[in-house]
Write a protein that binds this ligand. Structure first.
Ligand SMILES: [Zn+2]
Length: 76
């Protein structure tokens, strides 16, 4: 199952928010089982891809905006 907020694949209980396999969100999006706010998730995501893909802040923001609207949690 993939996180409905960021698309991260979740395999073991520890990958799920609150280590609860019934959770639709991963441990990064819902560390205490409850989904964080859109802004918090967006910030974390931008930070992550600026580091891993060596993008500028602006590029990363654009990328995250594009990806987020595809996720069930943030789809409009
Ligand atoms: Zn997630």
């Amino acid at each position: 199952m993939n996180c409905e907020s960021c698309g991260l694949p979740m395999e073991e209980a520890k990958d799920y928010g609150g280590s609860d396999m019934g959770n639709k969100y991963c441990k990064y999006c819902a560390p205490d089982s409850k989904l964080m706010s859109r802004e918090q998730i967006k910030e974390g995501w931008i930070g992550y891809i600026t580091k891993t893909e060596n993008l500028s802040r602006k590029e990363a923001e654009g990328r995250v905006d594009e990806e987020m609207v595809k996720m069930p949690a943030w789809r409009k």
